[in-house]
Write a protein that binds this ligand. Structure first.
Ligand code: AMP
Ligand code: GLY
Length: 420
């Protein structure tokens, strides 16, 4: 019997999840709450907000949903998994307690310290003056992180003490993100990569490695964003490095969470950095990465729904991947990640020959697809290697960008690595 599924969220990540579930032989109806213009072409939209846990659970019951997959972090941090489970509903994601690995930087850092997981040295502070004293006694380059969800904006990589002091002032005296603690962290140098694993307690099912480009403009300049492009696999992450990341980071963390009474289930996302040849942790997320998911899931050859079922039941399951390299480029509204216009008309979508995932789109009253966010969509292309995938993705995104006003994109995603 085919099963109904519910996906929660409205971005490119959720579009890629919906797309992967639609390919499954076991899946009947795919619902998405609340969805977007692109998702709604593939799934049945459900007009319930991602934070309205009670109504989401009611809907899942009424629509005979066999499995709910959660995209964004906020409902996880609010305890959607605990509530669904209480009502006997099957859901893929971590409990509120386990989601702290993302929602609290201090929780993650303390867990890693207790279990010798390689990461940047750090201290947590509640007061401004002791934090400042600590910073002034250390090197000029230092990282300041707000201890809570700050939509990717709570991290300042300070180049000198003046920048560090300003960040501490914002976070601890002016309460920019609300009252909270701050983690002061050693600066690590090296290339970053994203290692997402499906997890059930101590059991870890690794997904393909991806790389995300967080800065707004070419050559990694400009402000940090939610991610402007991504690709998978990542040539510099050799089998040895991947194995080291599994053996020294992902598996021990899953085990540590079991041992400490907060077992993890769902997607454990390791934001890792290759520092002096060894992978170290920059951050953990408790969910699929965005935009990494848009280049990882299309590569999955195995049936995604069956994989999720196997993980939830704790069964062994080998995940097979297409050998292609997939690269995606984000089309963003001019001004993003600062202020930007919404409602901009997106043309040329019908000309694109590969997968496009919608990140922030909606239909206007005339039935046109218009922008509804800063990151609007991601155009992806699959090819034999990174150079080709990049070339094709650029060709495809031009089909939209050249006939749509008010958008920009990075043209250097994957450049550095394809030249190496
Ligand atoms: P996070 O939100 O923790 O992933 O941090 C955002 C970005 O800041 C990361 O992707 C890194 O580029 C950078 N960053 C965070 N922590 C460090 C660190 N300890 N050393 C160097 N860069 C860092
Ligand atoms: N791409 C980074 C994230 O999902 O947090």
């Amino acid at each position: 019997m085919k099963q109904n599924v519910l996906v929660i969220g409205s971005g490119g990540r959720e579009h890629a999840i919906v797309d992967a579930l639609k390919r499954s032989e076991s899946v009947g109806r795919v619902y998405c709450a609340p969805g977007n213009a692109g998702i709604n072409m593939q799934a049945t939209p459900v007009e319930i907000a991602v934070t309205d846990i009670d109504n989401l659970a009611r809907f899942a019951t009424d629509a005979s949903v066999a499995l709910t997959v959660v995209g964004p972090e906020v409902p996880l941090a609010n305890g959607i998994v605990d509530e669904f489970r209480k009502r006997g509903l099957r859901i893929f994601g971590p409990t509120k307690a386990a989601a702290q690995i993302e929602s609290s930087k201090a929780f993650a850092k303390e867990l890693m310290a207790r279990h010798n997981i390689p990461t940047a040295a750090s201290r947590t502070f509640e007061e401004f003056q002791p934090a400042l004293d600590y910073v002034l006694a250390g090197p000029e380059q230092i990282v300041i992180k707000y201890d809570g969800l700050a939509a990717g904006k709570g991290v300042v990589v300070a180049q000198n003490h003046t920048e560090a002091e300003a960040a501490l002032r914002n976070m601890l005296l002016d309460d920019e993100f609300g009252k909270g603690r701050v983690v002061v962290e050693e600066f690590l140098d090296g290339p970053e990569f994203s290692f997402m694993c499906l997890v059930n307690g101590a059991k870890v099912y690794p997904l393909a490695i991806a790389r995300d480009h967080k800065r707004a403009y070419d050559n990694d300049r400009g402000p940090n964003t939610g991610g402007m492009g991504a690709y998978s696999p990542v040539p510099f992450v050799t089998d040895e490095i991947r194995q080291a990341a599994l053996d020294t980071i992902l598996r021990p963390v899953a085990q540590a969470m079991v041992d400490e009474g907060t077992p993890f289930s769902g997607v454990l996302y390791g934001g890792l950095i290759l520092n002096n040849g060894m992978p170290k942790v920059i951050e953990f997320n408790a969910r699929f990465g965005d935009p990494e998911t848009e280049v990882v899931l299309p590569r999955m050859e195995s049936d995604f729904y069956n994989v999720l079922e196997a993980v939830i039941d704790g069964r062994d399951c080998e995940i097979r991947w297409k050998p292609e390299t997939r690269l995606g480029i984000v089309l963003a509204a001019d001004g993003y990640p600062g202020t930007y216009a919404k409602g901009l008309r997106i043309n040329g979508l019908d000309k694109v020959d590969d997968k496009v995932y919608h990140m922030g789109t909606r239909l206007d009253n005339d039935g046109n697809i218009v922008s509804a966010g800063g990151r609007v969509l991601m155009v992806t292309a699959g090819a034999d290697n990174l150079t080709q995938a990049r070339k094709q993705a650029l060709k495809e995104i031009h089909k939209i960008a050249d006939c749509s006003e008010g958008f920009f994109f990075r043209s250097d995603i994957g450049v550095k690595e394809s030249a190496e």
